[in-house]
Design a protein around this ligand. Structure first.
Ligand code: MN
Length: 235
């Protein structure tokens, strides 16, 4: 008999005790109009014209729990994108995921960085190719602990990111083009949503570079924080 043992899936600490085992990581692109504009995308004039969201995935083991991110290989332009992260606590039932069903899937919330090899993403975009090498790489998803979500009104909160003590990004979650219920409804038409899934909800304007030695501080203001740093390339 010949067997192969794969690495264990990451487990994220839950505030107040417990762990959250990661199944998949879904990400939403262009979910804040100000960031879509800074990336050169056209923004729909109204909700009726917004079409469907842009989705991509990261591998589940891209999660970083201790905040220490080794500078990734293959890039000279590592960018930060601070994002709300939604953590799902149960599998989606068969059928349409309505807003009420979507709410029942949510276990809690975290703040994370959708780290991006912007040079590779830009080259892929220019050729109409997939974004995988720009988005789905090792250590590309540093994340805070997960705060159980009962009673948290996400629309009343804001996201922020400072790098080396300087404010880089700030956005109100009332400005999301697609809110949590919208995104879970759209995702459920494309994928089987499962307990353990994470959804990175998209970033506000102000994305920019990170260098070795930088320290970052991300916050879902008043709820949860993530402290981290960019470490030298491992040898
Ligand atoms: Mn993003």
């Amino acid at each position: 008999m010949r067997s192969v043992v794969a690495p264990d899936l990451p487990r994220i600490p839950v505030k107040g005790g417990g762990t959250f085992q990661v199944h998949r990581i879904y990400c939403v692109g262009r979910n804040f109009a100000d960031h879509a504009r800074e990336m050169g995308a056209t923004v729909a004039a109204s909700a009726a014209e917004r079409g469907h969201p842009v989705f991509f995935l990261k591998p589940s083991d891209a999660v970083v729990i201790d905040g220490v991110v080794p500078y990734p290989p293959g890039t000279r332009e590592l960018h930060h994108e601070v994002e709300l992260v939604v953590a799902l606590g149960r599998d989606a039932p068969p059928g349409e995921v309505t807003a009420a069903v979507a709410q029942s899937l949510v276990f809690g919330f975290a703040v994370g960085l959708d780290l991006t090899r912007r040079d590779l993403q830009a080259a892929a975009k220019a050729k109409g190719l997939p974004w995988d090498t720009g988005k789905a790489f090792d250590h590309s998803a540093p994340i805070s602990e997960i705060v159980p979500g009962a009673g948290i009104d996400i629309r009343a909160l804001s996201l922020s990111l400072t790098v080396n003590g300087e404010r880089r990004q700030h956005g109100a979650l009332s400005d999301l083009i697609w809110d949590v219920e919208d995104i879970l409804g759209e995702l459920s038409q494309l994928y089987a949503l499962r307990a353990g899934d994470l959804v990175f909800m998209g970033t506000p304007a102000g994305v920019g570079p990170l260098q070795v030695g930088d320290t970052f501080f991300a916050a879902l203001d008043g709820v949860v924080e993530l402290h981290g740093r960019i470490a030298p390339v491992p040898r």
